[in-house]
Design a protein around this ligand. Sequence first.
Ligand code: GDP
Ligand code: MN
Length: 355
Amino acid sequence: MRLLEYEAKQLLRQATVAVPSGTLITSSSQLTDLPLPIVLKAQVPIGGRGKLGGVVVVDTPDGISNSVQSMLKMNIKGYTPASLLAEEKLDIDAEYYLALLIDYSSSDIKLVAHTNGGVDVEENELSDFFTVSIDATNITDCAAQVSDYLNYPLADIDRLVHQLYSTFIENDMTLLEVNPLVRTTSGELVCGDCKIELDASALFRHPDWNYEQPHLDANFVTLNPDGNIATIANGAGLAMATVDAISASGLKPINFLDIGGGANVASILHAFERIVSFPGTEAIVINIFAGITRCDEVARAIIEAKNTLSDLPPLFIRLAGTNFEDAVAILKKENITTLATLEECIDAVLESRHA
Ligand code: GDP
Ligand code: MN
């Protein structure tokens, strides 16, 4: 489960790691008396936002409301932010990279660092990163090595590495990446950005995990942001077959989506929201063979999407399986029809384009 930056920083704050002070905003009416300059950061579950306009420094009161309005409409690799993190601007002296991650090849946890962090961190050679195996018994030793490597005082690095290691273990993380770890001009270490992945298999022992959306998106894969046909299916096999059949007909599938067995109105509606954020979506092909998934739940989500999304493209729907009759009855009230097979859906899409 991938957390959003503000959720990740909340965990860091609980672990008493230094993070910039900030406020989560969802509309430009919430801007009164934010201190300037301020950094606005789009809350989307992907990195590289800086280079795509998703991180903006604002200096003037006028600039801020314009920036907020336009950023809330942005499409960043298929994601439109529902919120922005408005943070105090850091005065950056240096940007480091520091991460903890599970190394599956050696079945241990690695502490990874680089003196050259920030947006271009991938340009560093993999072999250039400082890497050491860390466990509960050698944290201080690892911290000392990182302190030497970064040429930064041991007391600060030791405290930080202990804090990060504890929160990594307590929260069943598989990745905790601080990039940039900022050295400010006044000589403090502050977490500028943070990416956290939680182990979804540990959900059972964290009843408090209530994160925004990442698990809803787990099986949504953007295949071609410039494509023309979006897909919603259930089961990985059927979802792949749906994409393949669309490709074979000469259309360009935008995405792969397996809505999964536990799909409900909210999670399916979320998929519709993501789909309409792609500019070229001409149609949505919905292909459900319901077992654990229920056709009536899918039907309710379709109605909800029709009622709430103004830019919903035409739907081509094939439903079969659990609660099929209920679904047909629900859809019929809204004059929405279904087709018997995926082939019929694709033929109907092709016809509608030639019409
Ligand atoms: P990412 O591109 O999605 O990883 O977003 P980041 O939060 O890492 O921000 C990208 C870059 O924006 C950072 O590496 C910084 O160079 C710059 N940046 C972000 N916040 C601040 C800030 O408070 N002050 C300054 N000077 N630069 C910032
Ligand atoms: Mn970053």
